[in-house]
Design a binder for this molecule. Sequence first.
Ligand code: ZN
Length: 264
Amino acid sequence: MQDGTHGGRLAAGVWLAVVACCEATAAETDGWRDERTLGPFVCRADFDLAQLDPFFTQLELLQSDLNHHLGVRPASEPVELYLFRNERRYREALSRHLPGIPYRRALYVKTGGRGMVLAYWSREIEVDLRHECTHALLHATLPVVPLWLDEGLAEYFEVQREQRAFENQHLGAVRWLARFGITPRLEKLEKKSDVSDMGGAEYRDSWAWVHFMLHGPYLAHDELVRYLADIQNHAPPGILSSRLRARLPDCDRRFGAHFQSWKR
Ligand SMILES: [Zn+2]
């Protein structure tokens, strides 16, 4: 999703406030109305979750999708989901306990090894949850994820699995730019260190590099998997753009060719 609609990582102090927020809300409503445990996810909501059961079956597959595409090990800790029945209740909880942070439609936060996703019921809830849960699962198994890659992967996996390769909202624009020989600079994305630096173009370009590495040349995918394995194993990973160019010296040209010819 575009900037401002999805959360990124928050500072530790904010994390603690979110924990307090959820606990306070639980107490105020005399406990959550419904709860589910789905693979690594423990979900609590102030509404009946039965309406989301078909979606939860798909959400559970997100973990195996990440393992399959990225080679990362499964999450080593649970992820807590807190769902509110409407935007007003979600905004109230955030404004009471997180008044300083820019409003976002859904949030992923983590502190002290505790990862949480907060969202509210809307037409976009499935996309929001796949996006934020991608962040949560990555951070539940990797000690660190570069911001651009974190967002690029979340943009990729937020779409239903059968639509990821060909039906992402970014594909049309990326293909159009590729037709004019425009390849976004990966090195520029790698310099982004704060979610507020990420605008619509940065989300699009991050998604495009992820798509190239997942569906483009074998060497690019292999280098992404090796890079993430180094992060997972606490080995210095270096810079992904340098590693990609070492394996694939004509990587910009291959990026353009990938999107010019990408069709079912
Ligand atoms: Zn995000």
